[in-house]
Design a binder for this molecule. Structure first.
Ligand code: NCD
Ligand code: ZN
Ligand code: ZN
Ligand code: ZN
Length: 441
């Protein structure tokens, strides 16, 4: 048994000094004050730091199979552990895309062999795979690309979408209007590109997201589907979802760190490294996302960790793929925001652990409580660090936040009770993560 000593744990709505006893089954056995619980055969001294429920990132592209030049389950999970993320939900736009039960089983084997953190899978929707969707078991959701992004998954036909949304599975949607994106592309195809972030925003304009998100919410409502909207990025989407949530209690959404912390104005130097779908937006959009977080309109923060190699990003705009990594930097950025008073640590825990676990109905996760899995992230709120490309454990080896100074760092990450990351290093690659169980789907 492992005793985590001298940490602050969320009890009700307050962080209190507690010790945590972890059983050999990897679950939390007891939480008590030091006077009642002070020894075990193994002790980890948290030195007064906060012990948070390990982060659950519901939107991750691990790139296996087929795109392992960018990432694989081992490298993605190293980045996750270093970033305090103990559960990742993988997206289906691998090569081949995860659109059949057989392909899902293959992906399960790949992850089981390598993944250092816990994991689950979103299943891909196509115009033809409704039978596979219905057969798929223990999936996070059915991911629908209503608007093309990296990979070739795309579903736009209304009747097909009705079938998919009506399948009884949770739906997650990348909602950007393919029609508007194509029309913009025709208009600007030969324009000179001076600023990638600005140009990408012209192609994938705010109205593309606005139109498609409204359509997704409508289709979900008439099919009584649980819908989770990926990567909200505009003030217009916030308004639509705030209104739609009043009528549809099972509608949820996420925002990414890059849409919260980066804007076209601040990303001018990044070139294609700033190319991401949906695009970086303007200051006022980022401000609307923060406001939506404070009002509880946005349910969770997810990275949309979408690594691409430097070689791929160094191509011209039209050929460079969209997406940026985020697993290792999400928590430091959020802790820095907490230190600056932009959100509370309690809110952050809701957005990164409690709500993701509740929304995707993940068994045994999202809280530090007796009986829950011992997925625990210990954070030092005082430690200052500079985010650097060379410290990134993702295979892609870069971050759009290179050079950012942040206050608040991950001290250690425990997955099912095993310390995987500590003091700046991955310390254990033997204890593998487990596939999570979804109570639903
Ligand atoms: C993602 C990718 O590269 O897989 N890219 C991105 O720009 N976000 C796909 C996606 O989530 O849309
Ligand atoms: Zn023991
Ligand atoms: Zn997407
Ligand atoms: Zn994505």
């Amino acid at each position: 048994m492992l005793l985590i000593k001298n940490c602050k744990v969320l009890v009700g709505n307050d962080f209190l000094e507690r010790n945590i006893l972890v059983g050999d089954d990897g679950k939390i056995k007891r939480i008590a004050v030091a006077a009642e619980l002070d020894s075990a055969d193994e002790v980890l001294d948290a030195a007064g730091n906060f012990a948070l429920p390990g982060l659950i990132d519901v939107h991750v592209h691990c790139r296996e199979p087929g795109m392992t030049q960018k990432e694989d389950f081992l490298t993605a999970s190293r980045a996750a552990a270093a970033g305090g993320v103990t559960t990742i939900l993988d997206m289906p736009n691998s090569k081949p895309a995860t659109t059949t039960v057989a392909l899902l089983e293959e992906k399960r084997k790949l992850a089981a062999a390598k993944c250092l953190v816990n994991y689950g899978f979103h299943f891909g929707a196509t115009a033809e795979n409704i039978d596979e969707i219905k057969k798929a078991k223990n999936i996070a959701s059915v991911k629908v690309y209503m608007g093309s992004s990296t990979g070739d998954l795309l579903v736009t036909q209304e009747d097909v979408l009705d079938n998919i949304f009506g399948s009884g599975k949770t739906i997650t949607a990348h909602a950007e209007s393919e029609e508007i994106i194509r029309a913009n592309t025709d208009i600007f195809r030969n324009a000179e590109i001076k600023d990638v972030a600005e140009f990408h925003l012209m192609i994938r304009s705010n109205d593309a997201a606005e139109k498609e998100i409204a359509r997704a919410a409508e289709i979900a409502k008439r099919n009584k589907a649980r819908l989770h909207i990926c990567h909200m990025s505009t003030k217009e989407e916030v308004a639509i979802i705030a209104a739609a949530k009043k009528e549809n209690k099972i509608l949820s959404c996420e925002a990414t760190p890059h849409h919260l912390f980066l804007t076209v104005e601040s990303a001018k130097e990044l070139g294609n490294y700033a190319k991401v779908n949906p695009p970086l937006r303007r200051k006022e959009d980022a401000a609307a996302l923060w406001d939506a977080i404070s009002k509880g309109i946005i349910d969770c923060i997810a990275t949309d960790h979408a690594p691409h190699t430097r070689e791929e990003k160094e191509q011209d705009y039209w050929n460079a793929p969209s997406g940026m990594p985020g697993l290792q930097t999400m928590l430091p950025l959020l802790l820095d925001a907490v230190n600056k008073g932009i959100l509370s640590l309690q809110q952050m825990v809701k957005l990164t652990a409690e709500n993701p676990a509740a929304l995707f109905r993940i068994r045994g996760k999202g809280k530090i409580a007796v009986g829950m899995d011992a997925d625990i992230t210990i954070v030092d709120m005082h430690k200052e660090k500079t985010i650097k490309n060379e410290d990134m454990l993702s295979k892609c080896g870069w971050t759009p936040f290179n050079g950012w100074k942040v206050k608040g760092a991950v001290a250690a990450t425990l997955v099912n009770g095993a310390v995987v990351y500590s003091d700046g290093k991955i310390v254990n690659e033997k204890a593998k993560g487990k596939e999570v169980i979804f109570n639903g789907n």
